[in-house]
Design a protein around this ligand. Structure first.
Ligand SMILES: Cc1cc2nc3c(=O)[nH]c(=O)nc-3n(C[C@H](O)[C@H](O)[C@H](O)COP(=O)(O)OP(=O)(O)OC[C@H]3O[C@@H](n4cnc5c(N)ncnc54)[C@H](O)[C@@H]3O)c2cc1C
Length: 452
């Protein structure tokens, strides 16, 4: 009996510490757009990486959930967000080339991910200075309607005389599909010989003697194990604060998750089919749109249904609510007011497009709750973590606070994070400018300001 107990103890010790013998080079936690992009960029550089994701390979929630995000480039001179979007587009081209390498036929294309389409911006006349700064020396192609007449002439739009319209035209501006992008990133990570472990939830992260101890629970079997790693990238989206709470407890003060809603609105089939071909084309060319009013209404075509009717995804950048339980928030239904708001704002835009659609022609298909991770300035972090003496922790990189802008720059954030992991330098002016906006110097200042 005594021998049996000793044997059992040995077996249990071996299984619970199954991976403790091995020390990983780099573990990326979170397989949304940010973690997947970072793991890919590290793979591209030839590193050994393990990506850990708590969900199954088919995601049902997360800030990257869905099939459309606005991808736009237009910004004022030396704008870091234009730079990030353009860098992400060129990194996505590298990804596609890598996936096609060695294949007899080109199996992957940029068009699987991006739908190039004009991006429409509606501004209020009170934002004239902002618009002038945006267009001054602008190198991206655009059309600008500064008044009612020009809006009618250039875009066939009927706008109030308090507004102005800009339309951006550029390859890979329009929308991008995060679901497809994540799938391709995962394919490329594997093609490079790296591993992705799904259904693995990180339940603890500690640093012991310079090595990260990552406690993991299998979400299907409930079994747990510990993985050791020399370096860690925290890319758990809105869960980042909880994830790093033992090493970087300040992060919960720097990044706040907030709930947003997204509605899918459809024009009823009889009405949509009665539109002329020109009207349907006009509708297609007028999405995505961002109305830069106080709520920032935005809308895009998520996809076309089996009858070729567009599903209009609609939301508002500033209509945010507090979250009481992050695990539950994804399942929250939309309120009657949110659905009403979505229909009214969709109708308002379709009326500006001079399309013969009435409120009763709009059908609410479905909706879901989603989460922004918000920093105070709404600018994300791609930064080394800082220890209690505010010294840089070279082994822990945080990619978070992505708000509503992360997707269009996803691979650029991934590239920056990979460069931090590997301590790679890039002295180009825009890279440095973006890094100082996203990186550890800013994080340090933000930590010092927490109690002020
Ligand atoms: C409503 C909405 C609209 C948006 N619209 C746009 C847009 O139009 N254009 C644009 O550019 N951007 C947009 N964004 C922003 C963009 O989608 C996000 O910035 C981006 O998807 C964030 O990706 P992420 O990887 O940081 O987070 P997530 O996608 O949330 O990824 C984090 C991952 O980590 C996993 N995870 C969490 N905790 C753990 C753990 N403990 N163990 C293991 N895994 C864990 C999660 O399951 C998840 O898959 C929008 C965002 C939202 C919410």
């Amino acid at each position: 009996m005594k021998n049996l107990i000793v044997l059992l103890t040995i077996v249990l010790t071996i299984t619970s510490c199954a991976t403790e013998g091995k020390i990983e080079d780099i573990v990326v936690i979170g397989g949304g757009l940010m973690g997947s992009s970072t793991a890919w960029e590290l793979s591209k550089y030839g590193n050994d990486v393990l990506l850990i994701e708590q969900q199954n390979a088919v995601y049902t929630f997360g800030s990257s959930f869905g099939e459309a995000r606005i991808s736009r480039s237009l910004g004022p001179n030396e704008d870091i967000f234009s730079y990030l979007q353009q860098t992400s587009v060129s990194e996505t081209k590298n990804l596609i080339d890598y996936l096609n390498k060695g294949e007899k036929h080109e199996l992957h294309s940029m068009e699987d991910i991006y739908t190039t389409s004009p991006v429409t911006y509606i501004y209020s006349k009170s934002q004239l200075k902002e618009v002038e700064a945006l267009l001054d020396g602008q190198t991206d192609r655009y059309e600008y309607a500064s008044n009612v007449l020009e809006a009618e002439e250039k875009f066939g739009m009927k706008i109030p005389d308090t507004t102005m319209v800009i339309r951006e035209f550029k390859d890979y501006s329009g929308t991008l599909n995060p679901k497809v992008l994540i799938q391709k990133l995962h394919k490329a990570i594997r093609k490079a010989g790296n591993r992705i472990n799904y259904n693995q939830k990180v339940t603890g992260l500690k640093k012991v003697d310079g090595i990260y101890k990552i406690e993991i629970t299998n979400t299907q079997t409930g079994s747990s194990k510990t993985v050791l790693s020399k370096k860690v990238v925290a890319a758990a989206g809105p869960y980042n604060g909880t994830l790093v709470k033992e090493i970087a407890p300040y992060l919960t003060n720097l990044i706040t998750p907030k709930r947003l809603f997204l509605s899918f609105i459809k024009i009823n089939s009889a009405k949509y089919n009665a539109l002329s071909i020109a009207q349907k084309e006009k509708l297609k060319a007028s999405y995505p749109v961002a109305y830069l009013n106080s709520e920032i209404f935005y809308s895009m075509i998520e996809k076309f249904d089996e009858d070729d009717i567009p599903l209009l995804k609609t939301g508002a950048h500033f209509l945010r609510t507090d979250i009481s339980d992050l695990d539950e928030v994804w399942k929250l239904e939309l309120t009657t007011e949110e659905i009403q708001w979505s229909k009214e704002n969709t109708l308002n835009y379709l009326t500006k497009l001079d399309l013969p659609i009435a409120f009763e022609d709009l059908e609410y298909e479905r909706g879901y709750s989603c989460v922004y991770s918000l920093t105070q300035s709404e600018v994300p972090y791609v930064s080394n973590a800082l220890d209690s003496d505010l010294e840089i922790d070279a082994g822990l990189i945080i990619v978070g606070g992505m708000s509503g802008i992360g997707a269009k720059g996803a691979l650029a954030y991934g590239l920056f994070a990979a460069d931090l992991v590997l301590n790679k330098k890039n002295n180009s002016y825009m890279y440095q400018k973006a890094m100082s906006a996203l990186g550890s110097e800013r994080m340090m200042k933000d930590i010092q300001n927490i109690d002020n």
